[in-house]
Design a binder for this molecule. Structure first.
Ligand SMILES: [Zn+2]
Length: 260
């Protein structure tokens, strides 16, 4: 593809070693991936995310407390989070709600989520959101908190909710799951997203779709699959997601050392 590529969501710190993440990034660069959002999930990995972004141009760090890891949040985690955010231009994420079986009570999740959305808004940072089986509450909290730009990563909500989320400023990111022809509901959601809010991601190092290259280089296959579903040339979808990704990251690039 001629257009540079944008990977809207990955976790490079989860590679078993630095050598492996470096190799994945080398392959990604070869495939034309020039920008990606590397998401931290708990205080235990923020330092690694910071290092990866410092070592690799094009890796934008994101710091947040993911709903799966609420038990790993020591007292003072929120102040810790802010101190990472103000050190470098960065986004808030991965944060959100998870109504699935591994998560702690939703009430606690909602408090932790809302407080991080407020921090993102106060610092003028885009937010990368996780949501599983909690779409109604997600919508209510977004309406209450009115954050700045936010992305619903690996969007799995109904197609019918896309327009309302979009009106509140949402970007929607789709993963390699769209490669699965059986995921009709997901493919309908993809088609419902306004062109200017469309993003794609790999969730690297995970790669759970057949035919999907592991690592951020796999964004090539995700974009190609989306192009087929949308009936557009792959080049056009690649250019669109590159433009949207840059718009999403947008303002934080004008920050100096993370400070406004
Ligand atoms: Zn993730």
């Amino acid at each position: 593809m001629k257009s540079p590529l944008f990977d809207a969501h990955d976790h490079l710190q989860d590679y078993p070693s630095k050598a492996e993440s470096a190799e994945a990034l080398r392959l990604a660069a070869e495939a034309g991936v020039e920008l990606m959002l590397c998401n931290g999930t708990s205080p235990g990995d923020w330092e690694q995310v910071l290092d990866l972004a410092a070592e690799h141009k094009g890796v934008v760090p994101c710091f947040g407390l993911h709903p799966w890891f609420l038990r790993e949040s020591p007292p003072g985690w929120l102040e810790g989070l802010e101190s990472f955010l103000v050190r470098v231009p960065s986004c808030v994420g991965e944060i959100g709600l998870d109504g699935g079986k591994n998560a702690t009570g939703l009430a606690r999740q909602e408090g932790v989520f809302a407080v991080q959305l407020r921090l993102a808004k106060r610092l003028g940072r885009p937010a990368c959101l996780h949501c599983v089986k909690a779409w109604g509450r997600m919508l209510e909290i977004i309406k209450e908190e009115k954050p700045g730009p936010f992305m619903l990563h690996s969007y799995g909500g109904p197609a019918e909710m896309v327009a309302e989320f979009a009106s509140l400023g949402a970007y929607f990111s789709f993963s390699g799951a769209i490669l699965d022809a059986k995921r009709e509901k997901l493919r309908r959601s993809l088609s419902a997203v306004p062109a200017e809010r469309l993003l794609f991601e790999t969730e690297a190092p995970d790669a759970d779709a057949p035919g999907w290259r592991a690592g951020p280089a796999g964004i090539v296959e995700v974009v190609s699959a989306a192009a087929v579903i949308l009936g557009r040339p792959a080049e056009e979808i690649a250019a669109l997601s590159w433009a949207n990704g840059n718009k999403f990251v947008g303002d934080i690039r004008t920050l100096k050392n993370g400070n406004p």
